[in-house]
Design a protein around this ligand. Structure first.
Ligand code: ADP
Length: 258
């Protein structure tokens, strides 16, 4: 507005001031709506595990409940509690990122080494399903300037998904590449794939592909939203390609320095 003082007369300026005030108000209202939408979705997601735990508590009180049933019900409570815990920590992560309350702690680090570390974390769960993990490492090793904790969270999310949505005896291939203005890392799996008609939604909060294949695997639908937010905060991009029943490849592109 100050710059405009020479170009506009007083009435125009007053009108502009009113309009910019209204625009600011509209932006704030949108932000509040988005927040309350997100909370409404969270409450909706909390309902299923809570109902399930409540029902189990009721079933456990029956005098006829046998030992085997008691153990199976207790196991379900454990799974549902884990789901609540994953949901609340992912929700908090995303809410903080969306509120712009997570700064970037930029450091130069060895990306290749970090990928190796992340692979070691997911290797036991991959081995449980006889999934082979292949890292196409590069020499010299790649370094980036980024927030190491956040990039690790992204890599772990993508690798965890590559195990979770894979098939027994499947394969995960991790490749890294130096690019024109940065680096890229791709995680490919030989799993269930993503139906093309749903692929536009998978970065949306709480979105999970519909169908038995996905429903039978535990998840919150928040992991990819967190990844997208983190990578975009670094000035990078995340993309994927997928073929139903054949597998998916998720790729992150990071600029040389965020
Ligand atoms: P979730 O906790 O459900 O895994 P994400 O946000 O990580 O949540 O992923 C959103 C949805 O995208 C998943 O529920 C799944 O339907 C689909 N998806 C993500 N990664 C893969 C993959 N590697 N293969 C197939 N489907 C995937």
């Amino acid at each position: 507005l100050n710059k405009m003082e020479n170009t506009y007369n007083q009435d125009d300026l007053e009108l502009l001031q009113i309009l910019s005030g209204q625009a600011a108000l509209a932006i704030e209202q949108t932000r509040l709506y988005q927040q309350s939408d997100m909370i409404a979705e969270l409450v909706h997601e909390l309902r299923t595990p809570l109902t399930s735990i409540g029902t189990i508590a009721y079933l456990l009180q029956r005098p006829t409940v046998g030992e085997a049933e008691r153990l199976s019900l207790a196991k379900t409570i454990q799974q549902e509690t884990q789901r609540l815990s994953n949901l609340s920590s992912s929700f908090l992560d995303l809410a903080r990122l969306e509120a712009g309350r997570v700064g970037l702690c930029l450091t130069e680090f060895n990306l290749s080494q970090m990928i190796e570390e992340c692979i070691e974390i997911i290797r036991p769960s991959a081995a449980e399903q006889n999934i082979e993990v292949i890292f196409q490492a590069q020499t010299p090793e790649l370094t980036v300037r980024a927030d190491p904790n956040q990039i690790k969270q992204v890599l772990l999310n993508l690798l965890t998904n590559a195990v979770k949505y894979n098939r027994p005896q499947g394969k995960i291939t991790i490749a890294q590449q130096m690019e024109n203005k940065g680096v890229s890392v791709s995680v490919s799996d030989t799993g269930i794939g993503i139906p093309p008609e749903q692929s536009a939604h998978i970065f949306e909060k709480f979105y999970r592909v519909s169908g038995e294949e996905t429903a039978s695997r535990a998840g919150t639908g928040l992991g990819l939203s967190i990844c997208k937010r983190i990578i975009e905060n670094h000035g990078g991009k995340i993309s994927f390609t997928s073929a139903l029943n054949q597998g998916s490849t998720f790729t992150i592109h990071l600029p040389a320095s965020a």
